[in-house]
Ligand binder design. Structure first.
Ligand code: G3H
Ligand code: 13P
Ligand code: ZN
Length: 338
């Protein structure tokens, strides 16, 4: 099946009441891990590339690897999404390359760290919506800012400093016409989200529920949603790593979000941890090895395991066959007549 729009996946997920994991990729092995997990669990899937990934791998490599994925896994509805586009220009180049969905993160200025004004966010996001919808491409926007800065996106601090204001969220959706809305409820990117085990109060789930009640038909997105499992931290540290104790977002909180309008859940860090742990283990136990396949294969397998588990936990497993792909040109017509 051709790469499909994210709007189609999220609409379908809303009908079915489940969430869809959006997993970051930078290379072939990560794409393979996700596609294998999708086949094993019969899941629709969102594969996303950040600006950093595009710079690392080059667009043409990423795009053609994704075409290979669509060819090799014809039964899996697959979206290629731009994660944290920092400007209309960045979104434009992704659309020109063939991405079927883009995020315009106008919650921050183009530097990816300075919180912007509401007016700036609306203007940039609206610009991208007009450009993307004309081609049937989906748009995710963000209101409120995530914490952390570890991986280059985020307003710093602890994730609680720039929570989404529900009134602004309503106005933002009205003024931009976007397809999916990322909200800030206390998460941050990277491994160091919380320095103690989250209690039911750590994430601002009431805020999420309030936003969902005000915008019941808008697909909500949770960024910074890695759970940072202790088992994965332990493997890294057991084989010479030096991670400090840390906690991520409990899967049960994500599941509560899914019951309240969350349709897209961003996960990158958990896969990074799984890959690094598997590679460290090979290096530590068999230091004589030097064929990259000896450590990339277990790394790919470790990532696949995490992704497959999340697909089950988010509820997307078993839903791959529900889709008849809607061509982007048809999506464009739908936007034009809406
Ligand atoms: O939002 C952040 C994702 O984890 C991607 O991170 O910009 O280091 O590729 P990156
Ligand atoms: P994590 O760092 O929690 O995996 O979040 C990833 C993310 O939000 C990508 O946009
Ligand atoms: Zn993010």
């Amino acid at each position: 099946m051709p790469l499909v729009s994210m709007r189609q996946l999220l609409d379908e997920a809303a009908k079915g009441g489940y969430g869809v994991g959006a997993f970051n990729v930078n290379d072939m092995e990560q794409i393979q891990a996700i596609m294998e997990a999708a086949r094993e669990t019969k899941s629709p899937v969102i594969v996303q590339a950040s600006r950093g990934a595009r710079a690392y791998a080059q667009d043409n490599y990423l795009y053609h690897l994704m075409l290979a994925a669509a060819e090799l896994y014809p039964e899996i509805p697959t979206v290629l999404h731009l994660d944290h586009g920092n400007s209309a220009e960045t979104c434009k180049s992704a659309i020109a390359m063939g991405f079927t969905s883009v995020m315009m993160d106008g919650s921050l200025l183009a530097d990816g760290k300075t919180p912007s004004s509401f007016e700036y966010n609306v203007a940039e996001t609206r610009k991208v919506v007009e450009m993307a919808h004309a081609k049937g491409v989906t748009v995710e926007g963000e209101i409120g800012c995530l914490g952390g800065i570890e991986d280059g996106h985020g307003a710093g601090l602890d994730g609680l400093s720039h929570l989404t204001d529900p009134d602004q969220a309503v106005e933002f959706v009205k003024q931009t016409g976007l397809d999916a809305l990322a909200i800030a409820i206390g998460t941050s990117h990277g491994a160091y989200k919380f320095s103690s085990k989250p209690t039911g109060e750590t994430l601002k789930m009431q805020r999420l529920i309030e936003i969902h009640n005000r915008l019941p038909n808008v697909h909500l997105v949770m960024h910074g949603s890695s759970s940072v499992p202790k088992e994965l931290q332990d493997i890294i540290n057991q084989y010479g790593g030096k991670l400090k104790p840390t906690w991520g977002v409990p899967v049960e909180e994500i599941q509560l979000g899914i019951k309240n309008g969350v349709r897209k859940i961003n996960v990158d860090t958990d896969n990074r941890l799984a890959i690094t742990g598997a590679i460290r283990k090979v290096f530590f136990e068999t230091p004589e090895k030097f064929d990259p396949r000896d450590y990339l294969k277990p790394a790919r397998e470790a990532m696949k395991k995490v992704v497959a588990q999340r697909m089950q936990q988010f509820g997307q497993a078993g839903h791959a066959a529900d889709y008849a792909p809607i061509p982007l040109a048809e999506m464009a017509r739908m936007y034009a007549t809406a």
